[in-house]
Design a protein around this ligand. Structure first.
Ligand code: G3D
Ligand code: MG
Length: 173
């Protein structure tokens, strides 16, 4: 049955971003809703996350420079790209912008939506969503549906809203 197929299907999500942005913490917050002790991701972590009846297969990909070259091996069939930004890391935001636009030009991601998570909003010196949006030139993205959400992976703030948005995106698509 076609309906059963859709009920059972999983939506592939990849979490990308520079090292130390908070990707692994976010993955496990999605899963457990509690902060976990993390260590730098070597290779990748993958977890299945259910938002009521919608299932996501979420890949957390290592962000160290040496690993970024292999991000593209994860792109195939990805429906949502979550880009995690450390909102306090002003110095490397330009690098994040380059990685984002390079990624979106890849043919395997032509139909993927982008969710930017402006993480570490608990820090006093964090940049706002507006600042990050401008620096990443999000408004220049035309071929992809995109959204930016402020969050704090330590408390989980902003993450339920992110999961809701992911769910409505795949249901609408
Ligand atoms: P990565 O997977 O993107 O490399 P991690 O990043 O999830 O390993 O997180 C890197 C560090 O940032 C961790 O600190 C983690 O606790 C911290 N972190 C993640 N999200 C937040 C947040 O919202 N606010 C704050 N203040 N810190 C956060 P350690 O000290 O373990 O290196
Ligand atoms: Mg990690």
């Amino acid at each position: 049955m076609i309906t059963d197929f859709y009920k059972c299907s999983e939506h592939k999500v990849i979490i990308v971003g520079l090292d130390n942005a908070g990707k692994t913490t976010i993955l496990y917050q999605f899963l457990a809703k509690e902060a976990v002790h993390t260590s730098p991701t070597v290779g990748s972590n993958v977890e299945e996350i259910s938002v009521r009846k919608t299932r996501f297969l979420v890949w957390d990909i290592g962000g160290q420079e040496s690993l970024r070259a292999s991000w593209n091996s994860y792109y195939c069939d990805t429906e949502i790209v979550i880009l995690v930004v450390d909102s306090t890391d002003r110095e490397r935001l330009t690098l994040t912008r380059e990685e984002l636009h390079r990624m979106l030009a890849h043919e395997d991601l032509q139909s993927a939506a982008v969710l930017v998570l402006a993480n570490k909003q608990d820090m006093k010196d964090s940049m706002t969503v507006a600042e990050i949006s401008q620096c990443l030139t999000l408004s220049s993205i035309t071929g992809h549906s995109w959204h930016i959400q402020a969050c704090c992976a330590l408390t989980g703030e902003g993450l339920s809203a992110s999961l809701d948005r992911m769910k409505s995106h795949v249901l609408a698509g």
